[in-house]
Design a protein around this ligand. Structure first.
Ligand code: C5P
Length: 268
């Protein structure tokens, strides 16, 4: 039995630079990873199976289009046949929420299969990109600057142990629709974290106005060093000076919005 964590990804900044002829967008982003998220377990078995457990299990529509199964099949197509496997996904992250849940699950599946079959992580980045723009970053699973579609990765240090609170207003948004709503204005390169911005926030707020409410609640809490939307939304995050401030912010916001989703974590 091999279990691999599939931690939540956040984009501390996300700059959209250009539309590309292939339908994707050229981005510059600062990826960071939480210490919490989903988990993928593989076990050799009599026959292939796939099961989902955890609080968001019911949000997944069926195994046909699950990225875990796509990752298994892409791995086998690239590196050769696999033994029969029972795969379980423990789903704690909301789906279609800008924190890479499906991408992290696919990357964790690749890492688990790589351990089983003796394939190095370095050899799996092309397969990862074939599964989605964020899958290479999730395969690396450490803080990094991302260029291209997000797959050109330069690791960075210095964020570990930062307390973080994730908040989602329980609205799912389509990444493709959010990118399609980008106004086409290149607002410049990735700067310092202090001037970080997410260029997908305006189009995401058009689709999911609740994002504005989440961001203003996070920004008004004490001890917050950065509050932004992650990825294409609708999950937003705040970084904190200390864990007590994170706990207090969580309690204060949840008292007013008990229906929203929350995750207290730290950056890896
Ligand atoms: O790569 P992934 O399947 O996660 O992307 C989902 C959709 O988001 C793409 O089909 C595309 O419309 C949009 N996208 C984009 N530019 C990126 C990443 C995603 O336009 N860099």
């Amino acid at each position: 039995m091999i279990t691999e964590p599939a931690p939540a990804k956040i984009n501390l900044a996300l700059h959209v630079r250009a539309r590309r002829p292939d339908g994707y967008h050229e981005i510059e982003t600062l990826f960071a990873f939480c210490r919490d998220g989903d988990a993928v377990t593989i076990t050799e078995a009599e026959q292939d199976s796939f099961a989902v457990s955890g609080p968001f299990a019911s949000a997944l529509s069926g195994e046909g289009n699950n990225l875990v199964i796509a990752a298994r099949d892409a791995f086998a197509a690239t590196f050769g046949p696999l033994p029969s496997l029972a795969i379980t996904l423990d789903k704690h992250l909301p789906v279609a929420s800008g924190i890479g849940g499906g991408s992290a699950d696919a990357a964790a599946t690749l890492r688990a299969l790589g351990r089983l079959q003796g394939v190095a992580i370095d050899d799996m980045f092309d397969v990862a990109l074939s599964l989605g723009s964020d899958v290479p970053a999730c395969l690396l699973s450490r803080s990094a600057i991302g260029g291209g579609r997000g797959e050109k990765l330069t690791p960075i240090d210095g964020l570990a142990d930062t307390p973080v609170l994730l908040v989602n207003p329980r609205v799912a948004v389509s990444t493709a629709k959010v990118f399609a709503g980008w106004d086409g204005v290149d607002r410049g390169a990735l700067g310092e974290i202090a001037d970080s911005r997410n260029d997908l926030e305006p189009p995401a707020r058009q689709l999911a106005p609740a994002i504005g409410a989440v961001l203003s609640k996070l920004a008004e809490q004490s001890g917050v060093t950065l509050a932004r939307m992650s990825g294409s939304g609708a999950t937003c995050f705040a970084l904190f000076d200390n864990a007590a401030a994170r706990w207090a912010a969580h309690a204060a916001i949840a008292a007013m919005h008990p229906d929203w989703w929350y995750l207290e974590s730290t950056l890896a």
